[in-house]
Design a protein. Structure first.
Length: 226
């Protein structure tokens, strides 16, 4: 098993990745480039795989994100079983919830696989709900393959940016704090985070008590590409 994704190892140059995967386009983001991050992607239309992203830090591959269209639960369970057979049981799993607008929230069932010191895989099943009806409006199946060492370097870089913002309001909001100012700082942090990591969606760590709600996860291992 390589420390990487499919047929490319972490640290592979942009040129070598482009030569192995046809049709990749650069994801334009000037803020990413300023921080040494470049991403290329391809959209696959109506197939099971909808998009695939290759992320580079200082021109070296460190992360691949694969997104899938919805498939039925039986197929999801079958694909997840194949994934688990290949990589073993997940190291951890968690339920998350965050709000994306006044009218919508997202529930996430997330699995972490610590394959090696140089390879982590995160599987996320995200359901977008309409708040008033609790009806699912959309579903995203996202699979992140990454080099945890490089990913940690990027998080450290982000944390330094966040610390600068926190100096504006050293105290958490309380009866004496400026809650509006704090909320504006949080919004600014989220915007910076989005700019740095591209299409990643910031999440909170609010744990939901919905373990009795069985959810399947999968949309993976199609033709050995995922």
């Amino acid at each position: 098993m390589i420390n990487g994704y499919d047929k490319v190892e972490w640290g592979t140059s942009i040129e070598d990745v482009l030569s192995k995967y046809e049709g990749l386009k650069e994801l334009e983001n000037e803020n990413n480039k300023k921080r040494g991050i470049i991403a290329f992607y391809k959209e696959y239309g109506e197939g099971v795989m909808s998009q695939r992203y290759f992320y580079f830090y200082n021109n070296r591959l460190y992360k691949v994100r694969v997104c899938f269209n919805e498939i039925d639960n039986a197929a999801e369970n079958l694909l997840y079983a194949k994934f688990e057979k290949k990589y073993g049981e997940p190291s951890s799993k968690r339920n998350l919830k965050y709000y994306v607008s006044e009218n919508n929230y997202v529930e996430v069932l997330q699995f972490l696989f610590n394959i090696s010191d140089n390879l982590n895989i995160i599987l996320s099943l995200e359901d977008l709900y309409e708040k008033s009806t609790n009806i699912i409006e959309a579903r995203n199946n996202i699979y992140d393959y990454l080099d945890p060492m490089v990913d940690n370097q990027i998080l450290i870089m982000l944390s330094k940016t966040f610390q600068k913002l926190r100096y504006r309001n050293k105290n958490m909001p309380n009866e004496n704090g400026d809650i509006e100012k704090f909320n504006n700082d949080v919004k600014e942090i989220i915007l910076i985070y989005k700019k740095v990591v591209g299409d990643f969606t910031p999440r909170t760590d609010n744990i939901m008590n919905n373990n009795d709600k069985v959810k399947s996860i999968g949309n993976l291992m199609k033709s050995g590409e995922a």
